[in-house]
Design a protein around this ligand. Structure first.
Ligand SMILES: NC(=O)c1ccc[n+]([C@@H]2O[C@H](COP(=O)([O-])OP(=O)(O)OC[C@H]3O[C@@H](n4cnc5c(N)ncnc54)[C@H](O)[C@@H]3O)[C@@H](O)[C@H]2O)c1
Length: 449
C-alpha cells in the first residue's frame, strides 16, 4: 500500500513537472554523467618532493600567486604568458627572490604546450582566463605533472568531467586554487563546526557580491576577457569563493554531496547603466549585449537534506561580501562583518568571534599568520593556501581540495545557467566521486596540519 502511494506520488510529481514543461531533476543533467573510470584520486598522496613549479598566466592573479609562492620558497622554473612584458616582469620577481631566471614561454596562445612538456616541472599553476583552465590543466596532467588551476576550474559539466577523468587516468592531481577556504574566519569556523559547536548543521549561505564594474570595463587585465562572459551566460559564473568554505563546513564530498539546485536571475541592468555613464558614443563596447542577470540566486539541496543559498552579483553597487553563513541546531555564524550567535545568549545581539580565537584559530594561521598577513593577498589567505599546497606536496600528503571538489564547486556555474534557462527547473549535480563521497569524512583543512 505504502509502495503504491509512493509510486502515485512520484507519478503525480512527474505529471506536474511535465504539465509545467519543466524537466525533472533526473532529466536535467541527462547525458552529462559519462562512465566513471573506476579509479579514484581520493585520498591519493602526492609523492613527497619539493616541487619545481611553472606558472601559466602572469597577469594580476598569476603575479600575486607568484609572490606568495616565492614567499614559501617555491622553486620556479618556467613562466608563460601571451604578453611578453608580463612574463618578463614575473621573471624579474623570481630573480629578485634569488633564483635563476625561469625560462619564458611567450610565443602565443598555445606556447603553454611546450612548457608542460618540460622534463623538470612537477606542478603547473594556471592563472589564465576561464576558457583556458581546462585545456591547460588537461595538457599538464597528460604530460605527467600536477595541476593547480584558478577559479572556477571549469565552466561546463563536460569540462568538469574532463578534469576528473584526466586526473584519474593520469594519476595526477588537479586542485582548484580556492583561496577562500583558507581565510582566517573560514578555517576558524571550520574548526568550530568540526568540534560540534553549531550542533547538527541545517543550512548555509554563500555569495560572490563584488562590484567589478570598473574592472569589467577596463582596457587591461580582466576587462579584456571577463566582460565577454556577460554576453554569453545567464547564471552564476563565479560560484566557488562563497561555496568552497560552506561545502567544507558541510563535509561535501566527505559524507555529503550536492544533489540538485534551482536558480533564478534578476534582470540585467547594472552594466548598461554603467556603460551609459562611462562610455563615449562610438565606443565598440556599445555593440555588446549583456545577458547575465545582475543577481543570480541558486538554492542547493544536499543528499543529507541541508540547503545552501548561493548568490552572484558583480554588476551593481555593493560592498564586498561572500556571506559565509553556517547554521545549525545550536547556533550560527555569518560574515561581513563576522558575528556569531549561540543558543541561550542575548536574543537581541550577535556576539564577536574574538572569544573563540584562542581555542579554534587554525594551526596554519597560528604558525604562518604573521608572514601571511605581511605578504598579503586577500588578508593572507592566498599565502596560507600556497603554503599548504606546497606543504602537502613536500610532505607527501593528499591535497586538501582535490579534483572532485574542483568539479563539484564549479558545477553550479553551468547548472545555474541550465536552471535559469528552464524556468528555474531543478538540475541534478553529477556525482563526480562515483559514490565515494560516502567513504571519507570532513575536510582535511579542519585538522591539525
Ligand atoms: N582566487 C582569487 O582570489 C582570484 C582573484 C583574481 C582572479 N582569479 C582568477 O585568476 C584567473 C586570472 O585572472 P586575472 O585577474 O589574473 O586576469 P588577467 O587578465 O590579469 O591575467 C590573465 C593572464 O593570462 C594571460 N593569458 C591569456 N591567454 C593566455 C594563454 N593562452 N597562454 C598564456 N597566458 C595567457 C593574459 O595575457 C594575462 O596576463 C581567472 O581565472 C580569475 O578568475 C582568482
Amino acid at each position: 500500500m505504502q509502495d503504491v502511494s509512493r509510486r502515485s506520488f512520484l507519478r503525480a510529481g512527474a505529471m506536474s513537472a511535465a504539465a509545467m514543461n519543466l524537466p525533472m531533476p533526473s532529466e536535467a543533467s541527462a547525458g552529462s554523467e559519462p562512465k566513471l573510470t573506476g579509479q579514484t584520486m581520493m585520498n591519493v598522496s602526492y609523492e613527497a618532493k619539493n616541487p619545481r613549479v611553472a606558472l601559466i598566466g602572469t597577469g594580476g592573479r598569476g603575479t600575486s600567486l607568484l609572490g606568495n609562492l616565492l614567499g614559501c620558497d617555491a622553486q620556479v622554473v618556467a613562466l608563460c604568458d601571451i604578453v611578453a612584458e608580463k612574463a618578463e616582469h614575473a621573471q624579474s620577481l623570481v630573480v629578485k627572490a634569488g633564483q635563476k631566471a625561469p625560462e619564458l614561454y611567450t610565443r602565443g596562445d598555445h606556447d603553454y604546450e611546450r612548457l608542460v612538456a618540460r622534463e623538470d616541472v612537477d606542478l603547473v599553476v594556471i592563472a589564465t582566463p576561464w576558457n583556458w583552465h581546462v585545456p591547460m590543466a588537461v595538457a599538464t596532467m597528460q604530460h605527467g605533472k600536477h595541476a593547480a588551476v584558478e577559479v572556477p576550474a571549469a565552466t561546463t559539466i563536460e569540462d568538469c568531467w574532463k578534469l576528473v577523468h584526466t586526473s584519474e587516468t593520469t594519476r595526477k592531481h588537479c586542485v582548484m586554487l580556492e583561496n577562500c577556504c583558507y581565510g582566517f574566519n573560514e578555517t576558524l569556523i571550520l574548526n568550530m563546526v568540526r568540534a560540534g559547536e553549531f550542533g547538527d548543521l541545517l543550512y548555509g549561505e554563500a555569495a560572490y557580491l563584488h562590484d567589478l564594474r570598473e574592472e569589467l570595463f577596463s582596457n587591461a587585465g580582466e576587462g579584456l576577457w571577463r566582460r565577454n562572459f556577460h554576453t554569453l551566460l545567464n547564471g552564476n559564473m563565479y560560484p566557488t569563493h562563497g561555496l568552497g568554505p560552506v561545502a567544507n563546513y558541510m563535509s561535501v564530498n566527505r559524507g555529503d554531496r550536492f544533489e540538485y539546485l534551482v536558480s533564478m536571475s534578476s534582470p540585467q541592468r547594472g552594466l548598461d547603466v554603467y556603460r551609459k555613464v562611462h562610455l563615449k558614443e562610438g565606443d565598440p563596447r556599445w555593440s555588446e549585449k549583456y545577458i547575465t542577470g545582475d543577481l543570480n540566486t541558486s538554492l542547493i539541496k544536499t543528499a543529507n537534506g541541508l540547503t545552501i543559498t548561493l548568490k552572484h552579483d558583480v554588476s551593481n553597487p555593493h560592498p564586498y561580501d561572500r556571506i559565509n553563513t553556517i547554521a545549525g541546531t545550536k547556533g550560527l555564524f555569518t560574515d561581513y562583518p563576522p558575528r556569531i550567535y549561540f543558543d541561550g545568549e542575548d536574543p537581541e545581539a550577535w556576539g564577536a568571534i574574538d572569544r573563540y580565537k584562542d581555542q579554534y584559530q587554525h594551526p596554519l594561521w597560528k604558525n604562518e599568520g604573521e608572514l601571511a598577513r605581511k605578504l598579503g593577498g586577500h588578508g593572507g589567505m592566498d599565502f596560507i593556501m600556497c603554503f599548504r599546497l606546497l606543504e602537502c606536496m613536500r610532505k607527501g600528503l593528499p591535497p586538501d581540495m582535490d579534483v572532485y571538489d574542483a568539479a563539484t564547486w564549479s558545477a553550479p556555474g553551468p547548472l545555474s545557467e541550465q536552471s535559469v534557462a528552464n524556468g528555474s527547473a531543478p538540475m541534478k549535480f553529477p556525482d563526480f566521486t562515483g559514490g565515494r563521497w560516502k567513504d571519507r569524512q570532513g575536510s582535511p583543512i579542519g585538522k591539525e596540519a
